[in-house]
Design a protein around this ligand. Sequence first.
Ligand code: BGC
Length: 368
Amino acid sequence: MRKTTIAALAGIAAVSIALTGCGRADTGTGAEGESGEPQAGFAADATIGVALPDRTSENWVLAGDLFTNGLTDAGFTGNVQYAGSSNSVGDQQQQIQSMIADGAEVIIIGAADTGQLATQLEAADAADITVIAYDRLIQDSELVDYYVAFDNFNVGVLQAQSLLEGLEAQHGDVDTWNIELFSGSADDSNSAVFFDGAMSVLQPMIDDGTLNIVSGQTTVQQTATEDWAAENAQNRMDTILQASYGGEDLHGVLSPNDNLARAILTSVQNAGRDVPVVTGQDSEVESVQSIVDGVQYSTIYKDTRALVAAAIEMAQALQAGEEPTTTGTQDNGAYEVPSNLLEPVIVTQENAAEAYAENPDLAPLTEG
Ligand code: BGC
């Protein structure tokens, strides 16, 4: 079967739809005081709560310090909490309840489970607190006021495009590429969005026989990695290699992030096989090094500094009584949440130096 050229997909522009309902209309937006001066939304040194999930990837580790310092620099009182790994949902629910009790004006949430915060959102709404979903869109609630993230669908599109590019470069002589698909944890709404973005590119090539998923596992459910845990990805790769790859070559793997990419590579290497084209996400130090060394094929750069800054800017706008900057809306199953989406960048060996030039932690890895 002939390989079709990689279709470059234009970013799916988020269409802004009239809001069907918003959790709050009481942020003081545009309100004027008796003197006619614009009224601040709340005190300049107000408490801003930040509830982060367990540290399942480096971006979450970075976010904690960036929020702590950034909120202080902005004059706020920051209260940054992480959920632990053993009871992440319960921890986070409790942490949000305490932030509400402590009088936070805004709570920024990177959800441990994007479907388990209904009670906390009700309580925040009752206390007139603005809720900003950070990186992961909390589902099925009109009480999520804003969302700030990278464009997750486009992350998946870019991952799939780089997978095809790597396959063409490394196995251009093969008619049918054998690949496997991995997706993230089912309790994270991002997982399906990454996967859908990737499949928007890959599905036509699966259908025309250019790509062969040898295991036959093609759905987001079949390919999920519980808790985003590396050992789960490694075990699944081990099992697939044993069960489905007797005499077959494995040419490529769609991995949703770097931590899982390295686990997949470990599995393949332990099996004594050639390194396939493996995608990733997060620009974790070890993976960037691996890309520079020619092992992992690609990653996605979602600069955590920019995302944290965008979230803090939303809090500052609310404090000033202004409407935060948004680029469109995202459907969370209940309504179109006003959203600020930043653009992710695909990184391979070729553009690593350029992509990380402004990042003091990553730039040195690309030198020499
Ligand atoms: C984030 C990814 C991250 C994953 C696991 C996702 O929600 O968007 O950047 O790799 O969680 O921590």
